[in-house]
Design a protein around this ligand. Structure first.
Ligand SMILES: Nc1nc2c(ncn2[C@@H]2O[C@H](COP(=O)(O)OP(=O)(O)OP(=O)(O)O)[C@@H](O)[C@H]2O)c(=O)[nH]1
Ligand SMILES: [Mg+2]
Length: 336
């Protein structure tokens, strides 16, 4: 499965970047976010890594590729690694098997969690403790005393690292809230006799070169809201939803926006979708303006914020913004 083919405008508006990935093309203003606290956290992280045995990498199940950090392998080094796809409740259930297979063919096992409900957290704890057993077997063989395994929770902002720690220890020991950049400093938390967990601020690449990934990060609230224009991001989201309608695995039912907000999504140029050429781009701005008239007294910024909020709180249903990319076709064998 790749991204859907483009049904979106190809000529970007002034000051707007055309985002292309796997055939999908969306217009949105450039998004960059690398606040001081993240730069500082990364420096602290480098020192803390010396004390860590295990890296628990946490990604957002809605965007497992966009929440993969390019420096991760360097941070993991020779340490053990567990990969958690959190927010499993926010994607269509059948997609789990597809991602599990996709990661497995790349040699990577997955743990699925819902840190809000606590699903998968026991399995995560057991996997971390198993890592500790291997560590302590090695220590004993060198005549050293066993100790708790030290695990670092690492991942992009707002993916649910702190929520997972609170679930693991069954009480609110660290702050966890609905915005990027909640955790500001490193903090150790002990779980029983076996596990020391290190909560860390979310990390991001200093430059977001892949702007389609940056858009997905903004949509999932992994980037501070001050870093982008909510109306432009909402318009790009409408275009993305329209493209995802053609991919049932993503969980976007046909006519979702009309069903939820009572406003049909037209296309640019000819108005009614049924009269338009098949590749006509959706009129995202027109939809936002019409929806604003109906729901927010004509205030399109408020309507954009409402739409983004509805997605982020799952009021649009379980929607995946990324699907496992299609593997390249097997090379043809030469004729005998
Ligand atoms: N629906 C759902 N919500 C979740 C899940 N995990 C976390 N959340 C919510 O997502 C929000 C962010 O969670 P945090 O634990 O603060 O995220 P974080 O990764 O620690 O974020 P930073 O500290 O900013 O890096 C909170 O409101 C959580 O309740 C999940 O699996 N499902
Ligand atoms: Mg946190």
């Amino acid at each position: 499965m790749g991204d859907p083919p483009s049904a979106l405008p190809s000529a970007p508006a002034p000051g707007v970047a055309a985002l292309r990935s796997s055939g999908l093309s969306i217009n949105a203003p450039p998004i960059q976010w690398y606040p001081g606290h993240i730069a500082k956290a990364e420096r602290a992280l480098r020192d803390a890594l010396a004390k860590v045995d295990l890296v628990i990498e946490v990604r957002d199940a809605r965007i497992p590729l966009a929440t993969g950090h390019p420096r991760l392998q360097r941070w993991i080094g020779s340490r053990q690694h567990l990969l958690v796809l959190n927010r499993v409740d926010m994607i269509p259930a059948p997609l789990r098997a597809a991602w599990t297979d996709w990661f497995r063919t790349r040699g990577q096992a997955l743990l699925w969690c819902d840190a809000k409900a606590g699903t998968g957290v026991k399995q995560l704890q057991q996997a971390a403790i198993r890592s500790g057993e291997a560590l302590n077997a090695r220590r004993r063989s060198r005549g050293m005393r066993p100790r708790p395994v030290r695990a670092l929770m690492l991942g992009f902002p707002n993916v649910g690292k702190s929520a997972l720690i609170n679930r693991l220890v069954r009480q609110k020991v660290v702050e966890s809230a609905r915005r990027a950049g909640v955790t500001r400093s490193l903090r150790w938390v002990r779980l029983g006799q076996d596990l020391d967990l290190l909560d860390a601020p979310g990390v991001l690449p200093p430059r977001l070169d892949d702007q389609l990934a940056a858009l997905r990060l903004a949509l999932c609230d992994d980037i501070g809201q001050a870093a982008y224009d909510a109306e432009a991001v909402a318009a790009a989201f409408i275009a993305l939803l329209s493209a995802l309608e053609t991919r049932p695995a993503a969980g976007v039912p046909a006519g979702l926006l009309e069903r939820r907000y009572g406003i049909p999504l037209g296309v640019l140029g000819s108005g009614a979708a049924q009269d338009a050429p098949p590749d006509a781009p959706p009129d995202a701005e027109g939809w936002l303006a019409a929806a604003a008239e109906r729901h927010t007294s004509g205030d399109s910024l408020r309507m954009a914020t409402k739409l983004l909020d509805d997605f982020r709180c799952s009021r649009l249903g379980a929607i995946a913004l990324e699907l496992p990319p299609l593997s390249p076709p097997a090379p043809r064998l030469p004729a005998p």
